[in-house]
Design a protein. Sequence first.
Length: 240
Amino acid sequence: VADNIKYKRVLLKLSGEALAGENEKGINPLEIKKVAEEIKEVHDLGVQIAIVVGGGNMWRGVTGAKIGMERAQADYIGMLGTVMNALALQDSLEAIGAPTRVQTAIEMRQIAEPYIRRKAMRHLEKGRIVIFAAGTGSPYFSTDTTAALRASEINADVILMAKNGVDGIYSADPKKDASAVKFDKLTHMDIINKGLSVMDTTASSLSMDNDIPLVVFNMNQHGNIKEVVEGKNIGTTVEG
Ligand code: UDP
């Protein structure tokens, strides 16, 4: 890895929306191709990349629970959605020559490896991009919590949280509130105390307890992931 690289092993969290594009639902191969190209650029620098994919573009467990479904059952549907996203992203990355492995927290051996921590680390060392799918494998959790968990497990240097069109953490939703101000630096506790909608509190407290930094940045601007791994001060950095 080049000297100017700050984060050598990263855990990239991609929400379902990042793979859906403007309509925010379903899989948009053109959108995924753009994301894959950004990832490949960073991979080419020698950065080890693990990815946790969300599934909000397919289904969210809470939505089902609100209309009377059993929450756990609804959450399993959500986890399966993340697997579809993972396979689409894998397809796109491999099409441009980036070697990948998908590991699922719920076994489905015909299409992906089961999640095995040591194997995942080996893949990373060999330069393969590892995509973690099916969340934690347990209902009542989110893929943000999955990102904090997997980042801790694989000793990632940072969680990179890619946002759609928002360039960091704001005091309020900048799309709705013109007086919203952007934070450059925060602690995980700040996020919990201020109730900022960055990740759920389970994910924040896990990141805090395990001392995992988080960078929230805008994925829609070309070259941004690269700038973040180089330690450039774009987005919001959450530490401590
Ligand atoms: N999910 C779950 N356990 C996990 C991770 C995810 O049950 O460990 C389910 C949950 O129903 C969630 C859905 O999968 O709503 C999709 O994940 P998420 O909402 O985190 O996706 P994102 O918002 O990142 O697109």
